[in-house]
Design a protein. Structure first.
Length: 414
């Protein structure tokens, strides 16, 4: 039986695995490394976060993004966005160097068992573990507006469903949303000759400010400190103090999680959108139906129109009920907070002992940083400490630790 099973091999899963391996835990890691970054983001996209805020985490901070870039003859500079393809390659490099071997099979089911959990892979293997770290990223939580649900994927898709946009070349495409995913997708479509429009519910687009220089007078840094989520004391608090954030009253956390760092485009994207993409503000789709050649959209306060395809860049909703790989009994037993996401304790343990959660699904508990790669560092260290406490708590009477895989501790009887 393993000490820890890490399910997911994106930035959070790999970071947790690196910390767990360094702590000597007997672990197993499942997932295709950086899968969503490799498969679900079109070429030409860039990270919105600064390079120094985009590191995966290992305890020695040895396998950083800037170190990888140096191996490629590239300098990771503040204020210069990193291509998504490079970030995906960085994640693979991190996995090779900082993490025990990753099993690329998919875990399809996790069931609670006496003393731990049972995980079943897609090809039928059963693995037993005392604790689980669920780091499944964002793909289980895709959110498509109700008005668009039920239409064929040939007509409506989510922005995260596209590894490239070539199939839309020269076509009429409507993008729903006003954030980075919507605006960058629209820019890429326009640049390859599509007739593209953006429908946004807001009355104006919001753009992030150009980041200030890394070196600034002290008074400027004190008034508006840099953080992994942008400048300002609020962003600094969300980025640098997730543990304190969790101590806020639950209604306050829910409000912040729903409103902080709302839809906005990166500063470097603005010139590619303005003048190139038709943006329709105060437009909300109320109904949609298939028509010959595409989709007819009904829009509140505007005339209906036809388009060949709709891309919903409408984000993700990380609720407990979408954790489909958990057995129904285990999923249903998890306590939730007001937005429907699972409740997590101070070290990311769910209400079910031994089941730990990471990433977007914990944003209601630990704040907006959990929606970004930057949150992986706090999560990995904190979660692995929690796993070790859980393992210590659950050690049977009369058991002693003995060396295991990767120098790990396994429980044996005297």
């Amino acid at each position: 039986m393993y000490d820890l099973l890490v399910v997911g091999a994106g930035p959070y899963g790999l970071s947790i695995a690196a910390h767990a391996a360094a702590a000597g835990l007997n672990l197993r890691v499942f997932g295709r490394p950086m899968a969503s970054w490799r498969d679900n983001m079109p070429g030409g996209m860039f990270l919105k976060s600064e390079p120094w805020a985009s590191n995966l985490s290992d305890p020695s901070a040895r396998w950083r993004l800037d170190a990888y870039c140096a191996t490629q003859g590239v300098t990771a500079r503040h204020g210069e966005p990193i291509p998504v393809e490079m970030f995906a390659r960085y994640g693979l490099w991190f996995a090779r160097n900082a993490v025990p071997e990753v099993d690329e099979r998919t875990v399809t089911r996790i069931v609670s068992r006496p003393g731990g959990f049972e995980a079943v892979t897609a090809d039928g293997e059963t693995v037993h573990t005392r604790t689980v770290a669920l780091a499944v990223g964002v793909m289980p939580f895709v959110e498509i507006p109700a008005a668009l649900r039920g239409l064929s994927p040939d007509l409506v898709s989510h922005s995260s469903h596209h590894g490239d946009l070539d199939r839309f070349r020269g076509r009429d495409v409507t993008v729903i949303g006003g954030g980075q995913a919507a605006l960058e997708t629209a820019a890429l479509l326009a640049e390859q000759g599509c007739q593209v429009r953006v429908l946004a519910r807001a009355d104006r687009l919001r753009w992030n400010d150009v980041p200030p220089p890394w070196e600034r007078p002290r008074w400027q840094a004190a008034r508006s400190p840099q953080s992994g989520l942008g400048c300002g004391w609020r962003n600094w608090f969300y980025a640098e103090r997730p543990g304190f954030y969790r101590r806020l009253p639950e209604p306050t956390r829910a409000r912040i999680a729903a409103t902080a760092l709302g839809p906005a485009g990166a500063w470097w994207l603005r010139d590619r959108v303005e003048g190139s993409v038709r943006v329709c503000l105060d437009h909300e789709v109320t109904a949609a139906r298939a028509v010959p050649g595409g989709v007819r959209l009904e829009v509140a306060g505007a005339d209906s129109f036809d388009t060949e395809h709709v891309i919903a860049a409408t984000g993700f909703k990380a609720t407990r009920d979408r954790l489909g790989l958990l057995s129904g009994e285990l999923r249903g037993a998890l306590a939730t907070v007001s937005d429907g996401s699972p409740e997590v304790g101070r070290d990311f343990e769910s209400s079910h002992p031994g089941l730990f959660l990471a990433g977007l699904v914990t944003a209601a508990g630990f704040g907006p940083a959990m929606r970004f790669v930057y949150g992986a560092t706090f999560t990995a260290g904190t979660l692995v400490r929690g796993v070790r406490r859980r393992l210590h708590t659950d050690v049977p009477s009369g058991a002693i630790p003995a060396p295991g895989r990767h120098g790990a501790a396994e429980t044996v009887r005297r």
